[in-house]
Write a protein that binds this ligand. Structure first.
Ligand SMILES: Nc1ncnc2c1ncn2[C@@H]1O[C@H](COP(=O)(O)OP(=O)(O)OP(=O)(O)O)[C@@H](O)[C@H]1O
Ligand SMILES: [Mg+2]
Length: 280
């Protein structure tokens, strides 16, 4: 049985778990957004991802941690099929997004691009005004009404906690903003297409501590509307902001559990060594 509710124009579906004895709902189980089954990936002969099995749940922040070169960026770029831009890549296994295998020949990658936004390590605003950065996606989707675009700009910039800093300079070039502000513009640009999932690859590694904190607070604030997957080298960050943590090591998921468990009582010795800074 599925219960569907409309929340700020977005349909959230949860599956209630019913107590068999008296039919009361004992807990609400979160739905799976991404299910990765037996995923392998090769760059030419290099086996970069090995038998990955991971479930990413709705309205959670999932952190991906692990030493350099262990496959974190490869994995999140596979989730939106950006990895296909690398000609030598081969994959096997499946990734189900909302139940559909994104590797199926008939699967429309455009659908994935409208539902899954991405924020990169280095802020990458377009060399355009703040306004045009935010309206870029909605315009591609055919929205031309100035009033609607204005509303999207305000809502997205507020959602990314940068409205107050740029409401009086919307027509200025986004390059004129600080790095931390540019990163929040990139998050706002993501929110403007009303995504379902936001992928973030080390989004704060180029930012100062105050901007980092703002982005972290933002992730916490928006996670009740989106599902967020964040790659980070910062253990404190993973511990502060995520619900689940996947520890990647040499292309495999070494351990995946609640963030509390990973950081307080990991099952595997290598996980323990990594989070306590003894290697990586
Ligand atoms: N375009 C590519 N062509 C060939 N090999 C690649 C390519 N991109 C990544 N690799 C290799 O795949 C492995 C995983 O790389 P990936 O970028 O996913 O690591 P990562 O965990 O994100 O590392 P980092 O923390 O340094 O960003 C590495 O051995 C890397 O050298
Ligand atoms: Mg990387």
């Amino acid at each position: 049985m599925n219960e569907t509710q409309v929340k700020e124009n977005k349909i959230i579906t949860t599956t209630p778990v019913v107590d068999k004895k008296d039919s009361t709902i004992v807990e609400t189980k979160k739905n799976i957004v991404y299910q990765t089954n037996n995923l392998d990936l090769w760059y030419g002969d290099h086996h970069a991802l090995k038998n990955i099995n991971l479930d990413i749940l709705e309205n959670e922040v999932t952190a991906i941690i692990g030493p350099s070169g262990c496959g974190k960026s490869t994995y999140i770029k596979t989730l939106n099929r950006m990895i296909e831009l690398v000609p030598s890549v081969k994959t096997s296994g499946e990734i189900l997004y909302r139940g559909d295998n994104i590797f199926d020949k008939s699967y429309k990658v455009e659908h994935l691009r409208t539902r899954v936004g991405m924020v990169f390590q280095k802020p990458n605003p377009f060399p355009k005004s703040i306004y045009d950065n935010i309206t870029y996606g909605p315009r591609i989707h055919g929205i031309t009404d100035k009033k609607i675009l204005d509303e999207i700009v305000e809502k997205s910039l507020k959602g990314a906690a940068i409205w107050d800093e740029c409401k009086d300079r919307l027509n200025q070039n986004a390059y004129g903003l600080s790095g931390g502000q540019q990163q929040r513009i990139c998050i706002a640009r993501c929110l403007a297409i009303e995504p379902d999932v936001i992928l973030m690859d080390e989004p704060t590694s180029a930012l100062d501590p105050i901007s980092t904190l703002k982005v972290e607070e933002l992730v916490q604030e928006i996670k009740d509307k989106y599902s967020i997957i964040i790659v980070t080298h910062n253990m404190q960050q993973a511990a502060r902001i995520s619900d689940k943590t996947a520890f990647f090591l040499n292309g495999v998921v070494n351990e995946f559990d609640t963030t509390d468990k990973i950081f307080s009582n990991p099952a595997d010795e290598k996980t323990e060594q990594y989070i306590s800074g003894r290697f990586g």
